[in-house]
Design a protein around this ligand. Sequence first.
Ligand code: GTP
Ligand code: SPV
Ligand code: MN
Length: 588
Amino acid sequence: MSSSVEEWVDEVSRTTRPDHVVWCDGTDAENDRLIDLMVSDGTLLRLNDQKLPNCFLHRSNPQDVARTEHLTFICSEQAEDAGPTNNWMSPQDAQERIWPLFKNSMHGRTMYVVPYLMGAANSPYTKIGVEVTDSPYVVANMRIMTRMGQVALDRLKTGSADWVPGLHSLGDLSPDRRFIAHFPETRTIWSVGSGYGGNALLGKKCYALRIASTMGRDQGWLAEHMLILGLESPDGDVTYIAGAFPSACGKTNLAMLKSPFESDGWKVWTVGEDIAWINVGPDGRLWAINPEAGYFGVAPGTNRKTNPNAMDAVSQNSIFTNVAITDDRDVWWEGMDGPVPQRLIDWQGNPWTPASGTKAAHPNSRFTTPATQNPVLSTHWEDPQGVPLSAILFGGRRARTVPLVYKSFDWEHGVFLGATMASETTAAATGAVGVVRRDPMAMLPFCGYNMGDYWAHWLEVGKRAASPPAIFQVNWFRTDDQGRYIWPGFGENMRVLRWVRDQVRAGNGASDGRETPVGIVPTPEVIGTRDLGLSAADADTLFEIDRDDWLREAEDQHAFLQKFGDRLPAAIREQHQALQDRLSPVAV
Ligand code: GTP
Ligand code: SPV
Ligand code: MN
């Protein structure tokens, strides 16, 4: 055992004062003990063992149902190193404002020490973390989401000094005493006052994105909020594609896509559905690993039609958080198959009927399920070197302006697309829903350093890669005049993936696209909008580049880019100028 882990555990125990300290080994026996404990104290409810074997429901505190971005801080020494898009607190202020909240916070509770790996045990890119937490629910979720317990202890024993400490306490769950703090210089995480998802499962957003992004900057790699999928084509070839979409914008669903063209040989295999760590390979390509071992997925909208693979995956050994349940302890959420039940118990534990006028499941209700239960899990999902990326998609929710898909002209232009992307906010974070905001690379809430430096790092990585992936922008969420989604989405997104593959394979000689001021847009014919029964007018809207909309877009992008001052890379400024030139009447 690396003595420093023990020293750190001792140190935090002296402040948090737990009644007991338990080192987690990750065994079934340990998990069963924890589950029994949580069932007996009401933290978990056992679900119908016939329909959902070994599945449980957790109802969180109603004030603690999503990430809280306004309470999330980057605690670098210099404010400029956190940049204009992060909340910043100095390490000294954190010591004064946050550390006292851990004083005696575990009194009367057990402290669990959770050693875990991000990445497969045999990958050179895998990293170690140790989370101490007073939440057994967090332990049970970390066991699904990471390689937890003995496998990580073994790694620490071999003397690896390179591990990230994460201190987590539920505190009193009050948002008034809640902080999620990251110290990029000392690679430490403190989280207090929340037991929910990305606030509390510290391996995920806190480590694998915020801390890891700063490691990647220093070490020449990228930590990204991306799905990774393998697209199998009729010739049996697999093309690897990554996709950065903001929270609740479709990563899990695209990564687990059920192909309508399976009988023709088109199929999707999941490598990852939320996070990718990307390295430049010796062959000059970008290689991506999924550092996680499970999925913490959005429940509402998931059903046998939209995502049958997810429905299969969550049918056993899964934890559901803030969903509704039926009389026979089956789960239910908005968008589930079949008729809406006449009686339910809602996510807060109250009786519910369709007349209640409220959501039965919380809009950010989730399932936690092991990756190995995904019927379309790629056989390469744990390859130590990862998988080689041929394309990167940037996507978001945009009711207007952004077409279904378009291709960037080159890497620099693609990085510009990522840097200036925007999306409507969702229930994955507290605050208003449906407000368009700039969310560069879907990393706005997750970049551990100055976003201007982050873009410079992206540009640099692209220069180091002899054959970087082609970059595309996608938008499944364009609406018509009645506010309805025009594009059917889900499985039909395969049509877009096919076009992406064709573009990648054909290189610069690719056809079936038209050049516009913003990028290369496919023809409706190649996507097959007529086969889908879309009207010509709807098809036009899907692929339209409206100059007035785009001039407004470019203006808004400009205001955003301005915030970065001299940390804005010249190449991004030039790309913006070039877009404006292409949009200007003389150029069009
Ligand atoms: P996080 O886990 O928060 O990072 O979310 P995510 O990006 O993995 O999003 P997810 O795939 O869970 O989808 C979020 C919501 O969008 C769910 O309600 C889905 O049903 C819905 N959704 C996903 N893909 C599509 C699509 O292609 N079209 C439409 N209309 N909705 C979609
Ligand atoms: C997200 O919000 O992007 C999620 C859910 O994946 S959470 O783990 O809560 O961050
Ligand atoms: Mn996510």
